[in-house]
Design a protein around this ligand. Structure first.
Ligand code: GTP
Ligand code: MG
Length: 340
C-alpha cells in the first residue's frame, strides 16, 4: 500500500526551547447540551471515550464494544517491535510501503505510555516519571506481518515486517533538545510514508503555546491530525468536565487554523473532529482492552487515519442504553472516512 505524496510547504520555526511554554486559558465556550459526567466513574471502565464535533461526550463501557474493537486490539497486540531510532530525517530508512503515524506532544505528556497501551505491552517503549525520557524518534512496527506482492519490492525496498509504523518522539518543551523542532518538522514536512499525527495533550494542563505551535505546524505541513487527551484519571476536577473543556478548546483552535490553511486541511479531511480521552498509564487500570481507559476507540481512529481497513465496524449504541445520558450523536466508523 504505497502512501500518496503530500503537497508541502515550509513550516514555521518552533518556539524557543529555552523559554518554557506559558499555559494559556482556552476561550470560554458553551457547555455541552448533554453531559454524562454524573454517571462516568472511572476512565478505565470505558473502551471508547470521545468528544465529538457537536460537543457530545460519548463513553462506551468496555462490555458494549469489546466484540467490535477486539480485532483491532488484536492487531495492535500482535508482533510489536522496536525498529530503529532516528535523530534526523536522514536517519529514517527509505519506506515506500508501510504507513507511518507519529506521536507528538509535550515532554511527559505520556506519549511512550500511550504507545505501550496501544500495543498492550508496558515494556515496549521506555517510560519515565521525569520529562525528557525519550531523546530520539523511535520507530515501532505494529501488527501481523503483511504479505507484500513481489512487484512492490523494487530495488532498495525492504520487505515490510509490519503493516504499520508508530513513531514515538521526544517531547517538546521542558528538557527537550533544541534540535527537536528542526528534525521533527522536517519529518512532518517530507516523510512520504506519514499518514498522520496523533497529538497528545495532558488533561492535567491547559493548551500550551507549544501545543498551538505544533497544531499550526501540522496544518502548514498538511498533516492529518488526531487529538488525544492523556491522563484523564489525573484531571483536576471531574475528569469528564475537564476533558470536555479541553476538547472544546482544541476544536476551536483547529477550526481557527483550518481557516488560515492553504490546504484542504479541514475538519474531517485534515483533522479528525473527535477528540479522544485516554488514561493510558493509569495504575490499576483494567486490562480488558489493553492497558488503560479509552484505548479501544483511539486504536480504531489510528487505523482509520493510517488507511488500514480491518473490515471492523464500530458497534452501534444499543437501542436501550443503560443510561440515557449516553444518547446523542454517535459518530460511526464510516463517518470518519477521509474525504478524498
Ligand atoms: N496517571 C497517569 N499517568 C500517566 C498516564 N500516561 C502517562 N503517565 C505517566 O506519566 C509519566 C510520563 O510518561 P511517558 O510516557 O514517559 O511520557 P512521554 O510523553 O513519553 O515523556 P518524554 O519521553 O519525556 O517526552 C510516567 O510516569 C507515566 O507513568 C496516564 O494516562 N495516567
Ligand atoms: Mg517518551
Amino acid at each position: 500500500m504505497a502512501p500518496s505524496p503530500r503537497s508541502l510547504k515550509p513550516a514555521p520555526p518552533p518556539p524557543q526551547p529555552s523559554s518554557p511554554p506559558t499555559p494559556s486559558s482556552p476561550s470560554p465556550s458553551p457547555s455541552p447540551s448533554s453531559s454524562p459526567e454524573e454517571t462516568l466513574k472511572s476512565p478505565s471502565l470505558y473502551s471508547d471515550i470521545f468528544y465529538d464535533a457537536s460537543h457530545h461526550l460519548h463513553a462506551t463501557p468496555s462490555s458494549q464494544t469489546i466484540d467490535s474493537l477486539a480485532p483491532i486490539e488484536t492487531f495492535f497486540r500482535k508482533n510489536p517491535r522496536f525498529l530503529y531510532s532516528a535523530a534526523a530525517l536522514k536517519d529514517h530508512p527509505y519506506n515506500p510501503l508501510t504507513p507511518e503515524v507519529v506521536l507528538l506532544g509535550a515532554s511527559n505528556v505520556g506519549k511512550s505510555s500511550f504507545l505501550n497501551a496501544l500495543v498492550s505491552r508496558s515494556g515496549t517503549a521506555r517510560v519515565g516519571p521525569r520529562p525528557g525520557k525519550t531523546t530520539l524518534m523511535n520507530a515501532y512496527g505494529v501488527g501481523p506481518a503483511p504479505i507484500t506482492p513481489k512487484k512492490d519490492l523494487t530495488p532498495g525496498t525492504h520487505k515490510p515486517t509490519h503493516p504499520l509504523i508508530v513513531m514515538d518522539t521526544p517531547g517538546y518543551g521542558f528538557k527537550s533538545k533544541a534540535t527537536w523542532g528542526k528534525s521533527i518538522v522536517e519529518y512532518l514536512a517530507s516523510r512520504k510514508a506519514l499518514r498522520g499525527a496523533i497529538v497528545l495533550l495532558s488533561s492535567e494542563k491547559k493548551l500550551l503555546d507549544t501545543d498551538r505551535w505544533i497544531l499550526k505546524t501540522l496544518a502548514d505541513t498538511n498533516t492529518r491530525t488526531l487529538a488525544v487527551l492523556t491522563k484523564v484519571d489525573k484531571a483536576k476536577g471531574r475528569w469528564s468536565v475537564v476533558g470536555s473543556d479541553m476538547a472544546r478548546a482544541l476544536q476551536e483552535e483547529l477550526r481557527a487554523l483550518e481557516v488560515q490553511s492553504d490546504y484542504e486541511w479541514s475538519e474531517g479531511s485534515g483533522w479528525v473532529p473527535d477528540v479522544y480521552l485516554t488514561a493510558a498509564g493509569m495504575r490499576g487500570a483494567s486490562n480488558t482492552l489493553g492497558n488503560g481507559g479509552g484505548m479501544g476507540g483511539v486504536r480504531a481512529a489510528i487505523l482509520e487515519m493510517a488507511g488500514i481497513d480491518l473490515g471492523v465496524k464500530r458497534a452501534k449504541t444499543p437501542e436501550e442504553p443503560q443510561n440515557k445520558s449516553y444518547e446523542g450523536k454517535i459518530v460511526s466508523f464510516d463517518d470518519l472516512q477521509w474525504k478524498k
